[in-house]
Design a protein around this ligand. Structure first.
Ligand code: GLN
Length: 434
């Protein structure tokens, strides 16, 4: 059965991928060989991911594939090992079918900065799919696989999930191992699932999570179980709603009503640091990214990153290098770290009396492919997603409707390590609207 399924998806990829450019490497021969091996293995049939076909973002190591981070810098890098999450997928019977396109080094919110060209939004082909996990979201949305892995530093799982009409989940920081993920900003990065249903997001999170000796920031968590959310207190942050375009806000307001029908109580909350979100996130991102790019100096991978990278990556390296210098660090980086603490403490405080927070994922609809945005316009897509990374929260996205055929995703956030609550709220919401 898995061979048949692999053939089905390979055919779809052949037909659809040329147009949407979601996948940048597919080795049909290898996939079929692995599918045959799985089908012959009686033990594999009892495993939780048996029969699931998975796509992996191009910044997560899969042994034998080109893990380029969609950059010319790493175009010749063949992964010599599996990331922990990939190893777990394989051990649990999953079949990896290909490597997904993305914004170069995960720097972006639109899927347009890849060295391999932009990805199209399968639900609205003249629009961006969102990013940076553009190919992972588009592959799920275009039915080129069952499940996908993305990474989320400031919204890169949730933003494209919202634009492409699929489910996405960013686990709490430390729940999933980052071993084998190419860092963007390591104190924010988390790997997570992009899926067709919230139950699949729960399934895949349970597989990939867990303490990993190769990533000392990981912690062990109990398996996330399906539970009722009746009686949940659902917070709505006024200032998060205020920055959202009216049409999207209306959809979100309707979605909030759904939680009342499920038997939840809505609580209005106020968060005074929304304005700090983007400057805090980008300053820390620049500094951490600059530091992680120092290994791409040409000696090991052939190209020096500054010689071959795109505009956005170069901007981050230049600014990151400047503000990392001693004379500036007090002014920018330390202030950003201070702001991060402020934001985190306040968020934990206002979330004390609620189970989850719901709201929009992105404040505006995805722009048309090719439209030129200023860096600040591009960054402004992230205002509602970066707080979760800054504050260590878990956060998921579920489709909640469309505007002129363009999908809209509802964002559900939870306190650090309340992943089970968020996943269950996603499942309950999805069930109620379908
Ligand atoms: N858009 C954000 C950025 O460019 C988030 C990226 C991400 O989550 N990888 O940094």
């Amino acid at each position: 059965m898995i061979v048949e399924k692999a053939e089905h998806y390979l055919e779809r990829i052949e037909k659809v991928n040329k147009r949407i450019n979601a996948l940048i490497e597919v080795n049909a021969e290898r996939v079929l060989e692995e599918a045959k091996k799985l089908e012959k293995d009686e033990k594999a049939k009892k495993k939780p991911l048996y029969g699931k076909v998975v796509v992996v973002k191009a910044n997560i190591n899969v042994e034998g594939y080109t893990i380029s981070c969609a950059s010319k810098t790493l175009e010749n890098y063949i992964a010599p090992y599996d990331a922990t999450v990939v190893q777990k997928i394989k051990e649990n019977g999953g079949l990896i079918i290909g490597i997904a396109n993305m914004d170069e080094f995960a720097c972006g919110s639109s899927g347009e900065t890849s060295y391999y060209g932009a990805t199209k939004n399968p639900k609205a082909e003249d629009r961006i799919p969102g990013g940076s996990s553009s190919g992972s979201a588009a592959a799920v949305s275009a039915d080129l696989c069952d499940l996908a892995l993305g990474s989320d530093t400031g919204g890169s799982i949730r933003n494209p999930a919202s634009h492409c009409g699929v489910v996405g989940f960013k686990p709490s920081y430390g729940v999933v191992s980052r071993y084998g993920l190419c860092d963007l900003a390591m104190s924010f990065d988390q790997i997570g699932p992009l899926t067709k249903t919230s139950e699949d997001a729960l399934l895949l999170t349970n597989i990939i999570k867990g303490k990993d000796l190769k990533d000392t920031t990981t912690v062990e968590t109990k398996p996330f179980e399906k539970k009722d959310i009746k009686g949940f207190k659902v917070g709505v942050i006024k200032e998060f709603m205020d920055v959202v375009d009216e049409k999207i806000r209306n959809k979100i307001e309707t979605s909030i009503e759904v939680f009342k029908d499920i038997g939840c109580e809505i609580v209005e909350l106020s968060y005074k640091y929304v304005d700090l979100a983007l400057p805090t996130y980008y300053l820390i991102n620049y500094v951490e990214f600059f530091s992680s790019t120092r290994r791409y100096d040409g000696r090991r991978y052939g190209y020096k990153i500054e010689d071959v990278c795109g505009e956005e990556v170069l901007r981050r390296i230049m600014i990151g290098s400047m503000i990392s210098q001693k004379e500036y660090s007090g002014k920018y980086y330390k202030n950003a770290l201070r702001a991060r603490n402020l934001m985190r403490n306040e968020m934990i405080k206002i979330m004390k009396d609620v189970d989850i927070i719901v709201g929009a994922t992105v404040p505006k609809l995805p722009h048309k492919l090719g439209e030129k945005l200023t860096p600040m316009e591009m960054y402004s897509y992230d205002v509602l997603t970066v707080p979760a990374n800054i504050c260590g929260l878990c956060a998921g996205v579920v489709p909640c409707g469309e505007i002129n055929g363009i999908p809209i995703g509802l964002q559900i956030q939870g306190k650090p390590f309340d992943d089970e609550k968020v996943l269950n709220a996603m499942i309950a919401f999805e069930k109620s609207i379908n």
